[in-house]
Design a protein around this ligand. Structure first.
Ligand SMILES: Cc1cc2nc3c(=O)[nH]c(=O)nc-3n(C[C@H](O)[C@H](O)[C@H](O)COP(=O)(O)OP(=O)(O)OC[C@H]3O[C@@H](n4cnc5c(N)ncnc54)[C@H](O)[C@@H]3O)c2cc1C
Length: 506
């Protein structure tokens, strides 16, 4: 007999992981398959903001903005280790949006949803203030408002971990190759890079394949019914830190777009993003020279000390899998999500729910809505539950990360402060599970690369599906940034040695 599940989720990005978590928590049996690593596509390539999206107000996306604004504090409470408030400074530009318009937008932003922790917007002067210091003297004032920062790739992993702790099976490096509907159930062929192909059955499919969503619809034999998908590339550059304070800037451009300059990984600034129509292979997306020029010109229009091309130490690109609302401009295409539920010709066959669009910010609500949509097909009456639940490591008393870090420092005086700070952010209260009985640096195992001890590699391999250097250096952490090639090789070799010793043991 083949394995049977209530739900097969295809895609281990934020939407797939969020839906698997929500479904498992409702008592459904769930299998999630991800062809690469968790968050290996769009969900690790975002600007990493949990935000209402001030700009979307101009496109009258009030539903989306309201839902996103509400989610900021819900997610902040669920994962205070990987999500934290961030102040955005918006300089007023004489030739662009007038002050009254900015004020009106921020008034709406302040009032569309309830806030408990995040402060209201305010006017700021740039004369003699820290906010004004990095900005050209021509800009004398602006506004400040609050949104949140998120470690996007870790948010995906935490959702997968929580799903697993509630009974879901999460398989990475496993691709859904074929789907066929057998009246009340689906037969799915899935191929794991380790164990080869197998067939499973599921009562319902969630197609959360992101940029590959229409490919999956075709695999299910529903090509003619696929909704329109618009792929829009967005790229970021990373440069050495351009300002000392912790606020981020939101800069307006002449073309109506905006770009962010955000403090990143202590020593860097993240600058992005772009909106470029894309029709290539989503797996091969990369920044172009023109995008780098565009981002540099945009921020240098504001910065007193310009950023140069040779300052760029890293870049990344992703593809937004947006629902095609036929808007002519790539930056104006709706960022809201759309569900396409197919129940076959009779309307009563096994369902497949395909997901178009969405934001990291709204993934939890998207998951709730997806489960509500599938509930009648699956006969599941369990109610929504994720709004009050923390994510793994996020059960920090009162969500007070500062107090949690102080407590960790007192308990672990022997641990280097910057490593402790990084671990507290990455793992939250799971930090103590990683350390186990370790009582001193010698218990952490060899330091495989600067600041990366074997104890952490083993933890990531055993509990977070990490199977190669990239998984650790670019998704579970961002230690790859600024790391020498020899150190990256050392991490690769560590994984190779583990693989070799496993093969010997078999
Ligand atoms: C440049 C940029 C900036 C952004 N900034 C923000 C932001 O600041 N805040 C915000 O809220 N949102 C932001 N977003 C939007 C957000 O990142 C996306 O909406 C979200 O990540 C989409 O997640 P997903 O799960 O739908 O897709 P993905 O993350 O792409 O996941 C889909 C997964 O499906 C897998 N897959 C595909 N086919 C198969 C198959 N056959 N078998 C198994 N697995 C398969 C893929 O490998 C992939 O991992 C941004 C997006 C971009 C591109």
């Amino acid at each position: 007999m083949s394995e049977q599940y209530d739900l097969l989720v295809v895609g281990g990005g934020i939407n797939g992981a969020g839906i698997a978590r929500d479904a498992a928590g409702r008592g459904l049996s769930v299998l999630l398959v991800e062809q690469g690593d968790l968050a290996s596509a769009t969900s690790s390539s975002s600007t990493k903001l949990i935000h209402g999206g001030l700009r979307y107000l101009e496109h009258y996306e009030f539903r989306l903005v309201r839902e996103a604004l509400q989610e900021r504090e819900v997610l902040l409470a669920a994962a205070p280790h990987i999500i934290w408030p961030l102040t955005f400074v918006l300089p007023h530009h004489q030739g662009l949006r007038p002050k009254w318009m900015l004020r009106a937008g921020l008034f709406l932003y302040d009032h569309l949803a309830k806030r408990k922790r995040l402060p209201a917007s305010r006017a700021v002067s740039f004369r003699g203030t820290p906010e004004g210091a990095p900005i050209k003297p021509a800009f004398t004032s602006g506004f400040a408002y609050a949104d949140c920062w998120v470690d996007d790739a870790r948010l995906v992993v935490l959702n997968a971990l929580d799903a697993q702790s509630r009974g879901a099976i999460i398989e990475t490096q496993t691709r859904c190759e074929a789907l066929s509907r057998q009246n009340r159930q689906w037969l799915a062929t899935i191929t794991s890079s380790k164990n080869g192909p197998r067939t499973i059955t599921a009562r319902a499919i969630v197609n959360a394949a992101g940029p590959w969503v229409t490919g999956m619809v075709k695999q299910a034999g529903l090509g003619a019914k696929a909704a329109g998908l618009r792929l829009v590339k967005g790229s970021h550059i990373v440069v050495p830190r351009i300002h000392p304070h912790d606020h981020c800037y939101i800069f307006q451009n002449q073309d109506g777009r905006i770009a962010f300059a955000i403090p990143y990984q202590r020593d860097y600034t993240l600058i992005g993003t772009t909106d470029i129509p894309y029709d290539g292979d989503p797996a091969q997306v990369a920044i172009s020279k023109d995008e780098i020029t565009y981002l540099l010109e945009l921020v240098n229009g504001y910065l007193a000390t310009p950023v140069k091309r040779e300052d760029v130490v890293w870049d990344y690109s992703g593809v937004r899998p947006l629902y095609d609302d036929k808007n002519s401009s790539a930056s104006a295409v709706t960022r809201d999500y759309l569900f396409d539920l197919d129940r076959g010709d009779t309307g009563e066959q096994a369902p497949i729910l395909s997901i178009y669009g969405g934001k990291i910010t709204t993934y939890r609500r998207l998951a709730e809505h997806a489960l509500q949509k599938l509930a009648p097909c699956l006969g599941n009456r369990t109610g929504d539950w994720t709004a009050q639940a923390t994510l793994p490591g996020g059960d920090i008393p009162r969500g007070d990360f500062g107090a949690f870090l102080a407590n960790c420092t007192a308990k672990l005086p022997w641990l280097d402060k910057s490593i402790l700070q990084r671990w507290a952010r990455c793992y939250g209260t799971r930090l103590f599970a990683m350390l186990g009985a370790a009582q001193g640096v010698s218990d952490l195992g060899p330091e495989i690369a600067p600041g990366l001890y074997e104890i952490e590699l083993r933890f990531l391999m055993k509990t977070e599906w990490a199977c190669c250097a990239d998984d650790v250096l670019w998704r579970r952490t961002k230690l790859g940034l600024g790391m020498k090639q020899a150190d990256i090789d050392a991490v690769t070799n560590w994984f190779n040695d583990i693989d070799a010793s496993r093969k010997v043991a078999q």
